[in-house]
Design a protein around this ligand. Structure first.
Ligand code: ZN
Length: 430
């Protein structure tokens, strides 16, 4: 299939492109970016992208697809369907499935299942430790050869510093990155951010120190051995400070945050709203400002969703009993535009860089670019066109989103994966 995307505002941070031009797609790949008069007479699909942004498809490196084992929450088909509706053409999925993705067989299963039913590209992340129990290293080499792009015990911290050190050293040999869920469990037990709101609501508070202690540890371990570590979902001012200083010293550390850490504060927990319960918890306005500052100055490399679908029974209960996490694949771009681009924190090009190019580079996958000969993964949206979130109309199995009724911008109108139009005028093609 040949596709011509005409007159769009093309943003491709990998190649420094930020201008009105055309993109020609042939045989699943980007053929060229630029206006080509020789295309007259060639039979092809034409998309008029006037007034819209044309960017590399988003790459979300922190997603829970729940398959195998928890298909009542989400599966690879529904999770990737939600992804493409959100403009996300590649996801990296966390290994806290059942069984845990800690061996070659589960990595291979996820990849083959995704090839069968997936709407987006799926990159499995293997576990750091067997069963994510934090005791013995998982078969990192085998998983890397089977296609795992990173390792993580996400959902749990790697509490043993020696194990973390060996994971970083060992992963380096296979060129996969360790993604660290930073939480000191002894400091982390609770329901929401520690502070006045938790006290007022009578809920158990989680100290910022629970996150920061582990961010500092990982920075120190990585520095000591010259290894590379990526910090998952940072939420506090202190974490931003620690990573900023580590980067300045030349430590090979990267990090991500999620839209909820710049779009919401702990106040969202009022009314015992379980859709505001997550781990790490929503923080204060001061932390939100620091997260924005970290995004602006490059301390924070990526924006990921930590898409964590749950069954209604796991959220429609007492706050203390509710599961952590929210869905996010269909709202991340809109929140990025609303909270970061419209407010001048990031340019559109910087937003695309953090949602597409940087995660691709960290994972070492050839995505997040519109370079010629690369698979044509593209999102097209109008950043000035408002839309209102209606949870009941989202496509994930999970409906646990705190954004019902939010007015966002830039709902994807066309999404192309591997040269195939998957979303056409906002609707799924197949
Ligand atoms: Zn986590």
């Amino acid at each position: 299939m040949k596709i011509l995307i005409k007159n769009g505002h093309v943003i491709d941070p990998a190649n420094g492109i930020d201008e009105i031009t055309d993109i020609f797609i042939d045989n699943g790949e980007i053929s060229e970016v630029g206006v080509d008069p020789d295309l007259n007479g060639v039979e092809m699909e034409v998309i008029d992208a006037s007034g819209k942004i044309v960017a590399p498809g988003l790459v979300d490196m922190h997603v829970h697809l729940r398959e195998p084992g928890q298909e009542y929450k989400e599966d690879i088909e529904t999770g990737t369907r939600a992804a493409v509706y959100g403009g996300v053409t590649s996801v990296a999925c966390m290994p806290n499935t059942s069984p845990v993705c800690d061996n070659e067989a589960v990595v291979t299963y996820i990849k083959s299942r995704a090839a069968e039913v997936g709407y987006a590209n799926v990159y499995p992340i293997g576990a750091v430790s067997k069963g994510q129990e934090g005791k013995y290293l998982a078969e990192i080499g085998e998983m890397a050869f089977a296609g795992a792009v990173a390792v993580s015990d996400d959902g749990h911290p790697v509490e043993n510093s020696g194990l973390m050190r060996r994971a970083i050293e060992y992963s380096e040999m296979f060129d996969v990155v360790v993604i660290s869920h930073c939480e000191d469990m002894a400091l982390g037990e609770g329901d929401m951010n520690e502070g006045a709101v938790a006290t007022e609501l009578g809920l158990r508070g989680i100290s910022r120190a629970a996150e920061e202690v582990m961010v500092a540890r990982d920075a120190i371990v990585a520095e000591a051995i010259g290894g590379r570590v990526h910090i998952a979902h940072i939420s506090t001012k202190g974490s931003v400070d620690i990573i900023r200083r580590a980067k300045a010293r030349g430590v090979r550390i990267t990090c991500e945050t999620c839209p909820h850490y710049f779009a919401l504060t702990e106040d969202a927990c009022r009314g015992y709203n379980t859709n505001a319960k997550m781990n790490p918890p929503l923080r204060t306005a001061e932390d939100v400002e620091a997260i924005k500052e970290g995004l602006k100055d490059g301390t924070i490399d990526c924006i990921v969703t930590d898409h964590a679908p749950h069954h209604p029974d796991e959220k429609e209960c007492e706050f203390g009993l509710a599961k952590n996490g929210i869905i996010g694949l269909e709202t991340s771009l809109g929140l990025g535009i609303k909270c970061l681009v419209k407010t001048g924190v990031l340019t559109m090009s910087q937003l695309i860089e953090k949602m597409s190019l940087n995660p691709s580079r960290i994972l070492g996958i050839s995505k997040g670019t519109l370079s010629a000969k690369h698979a044509a993964d593209i999102v097209i949206f109008d950043p000035d066109k408002p839309w209102t979130v209606d949870i009941s109309k989202l496509h994930s199995k999970g409906k646990n989103s705190p954004y019902d009724g939010f007015e966002l911008y830039g709902k994807p109108e066309y999404v192309i994966v591997g040269g195939e139009i998957v979303i056409n005028q906002g609707e799924l093609m197949k």
